[in-house]
Design a protein around this ligand. Sequence first.
Ligand SMILES: Cc1cc2nc3c(=O)[nH]c(=O)nc-3n(C[C@H](O)[C@H](O)[C@H](O)COP(=O)(O)OP(=O)(O)OC[C@H]3O[C@@H](n4cnc5c(N)ncnc54)[C@H](O)[C@@H]3O)c2cc1C
Length: 428
Amino acid sequence: MSDRPRVVVVGAGFGGLWTVRTIAPFSVDVLLMDQNNYHTFLPLLYQVAAAELEAEEIAHPVRSILRRLPNVQFALAKVEAIDPMAKLVKTENRTISYDYLVLSTGSVPEFFKIPGADKYALPLKTLEDGIAIRSQILACFEKAVHETDHRRREQMLTFTIVGGGPTGVEFAGALVELIRGALVRDFTTLDFQEVHVVLVEALGNLLSGFPERLQNRAVKRLVKMEVDVRLSSPVAEITPEAVLLKDGTFISTETVVWTAGVRGNLEADVAGLPTARNGQVLVLPTLQVEGHPDIYVVGDLARLEEDKDRLPMIAPVATQQGAHAARNIIRQISGLPPKVFRYRDRGKMVTIGRNYGVAQLFGWSFTGFPAWVIWLVVHLYNLIGFRNRIFVLIDWAWDYFFIERAIRLIIPRERMPPQVHMHRRQMT
Ligand SMILES: Cc1cc2nc3c(=O)[nH]c(=O)nc-3n(C[C@H](O)[C@H](O)[C@H](O)COP(=O)(O)OP(=O)(O)OC[C@H]3O[C@@H](n4cnc5c(N)ncnc54)[C@H](O)[C@@H]3O)c2cc1C
């Protein structure tokens, strides 16, 4: 123990890591805590689910990221409670005191109380989720080979994605390419007319928040790839065998991937922190919590409005907020007032299958091949870990030149139905 101020950062995601990296050069002791011993690069998670990348390629051990930061320690622990008055963070078997606390525990899936959604839909939020979806898709093809009933076969081979935001759109494109590429060659006895990818979106267009021209391009592209795009189609119920839409439509499907919404992940018991209905913590423009000048909240967990618009739950917001919180803590330690956070929006982009993307960067719109190349470069550059970059590049090149997906493994052999996944998640 030193007499330097102690900063505890909870969550080694984008927000937490950027806090730690920014504050590390200063004279403070930092403890970074996470329930996993790795950082997950979530923007590429859909490629794990689509058998394009290995889970390990988008994860990086936290201790290796911190190696060159001598004043930063790591604790593998799930934070269960925070006592803001006593300035304590509690885990199952430890109580840790702090001078400054940064909460960056991200988000969890939001099912909007739609009957059956939390039981039967597969969320895409963690590495385990990505592997579970990949296994479910591949297992459906294996089952369908032995199914003699046409109706049942078609149900097994219909893959429904709920949520037409960037993750749903990117996953739909990648899934079609997995099916029309590697799986067509693997399952030679199946009739691929029976395979369907359905993308269901409650709003009137995909990619909410993108310019209308890019939204329309995305729809066109997916329709061209034979994705069944259902716009203005809110989901009423999900069962083990179907998705029911509010307009009465019945989609017979065994696999439902949920990308429709997330909520702030404030599982820890933090009595006294003001939260919004979606679980996010309300923060002041300085990213502090009102009444608790020593607590900062960043990333998906933080609720902050700029010009009356809520900041989106995306990685650049989390990284910029993490760095800003770190700088504000240093200002406080130096006796200076914390500064107001302003988000610098550099743009947004998605890729939809090979050679095609839509992007808006610095006010400019790009579509097609240029947007796809920009997407590849940006994601490869931002991926943490040189080894990960090399392996991702190899997998992408392999897929691009040979139209082949290397990771077509069903793991574990005994797959759990979605409701068991959920139950396990709640228990851990
Ligand atoms: C599939 C998917 C695709 C995405 N694609 C993009 C994209 O293309 N571009 C983009 O900008 N954004 C994208 N996002 C959003 C982006 O990943 C998030 O906005 C970003 O990760 C938020 O960073 P964060 O630090 O708030 O949370 P996270 O990065 O989620 O990190 C939270 C960390 O907290 C840890 N944690 C949680 N609870 C506890 C606890 N109780 N105790 C200890 N540790 C805990 C978790 O293990 C995790 O490591 C995507 C998200 C998903 C799910």
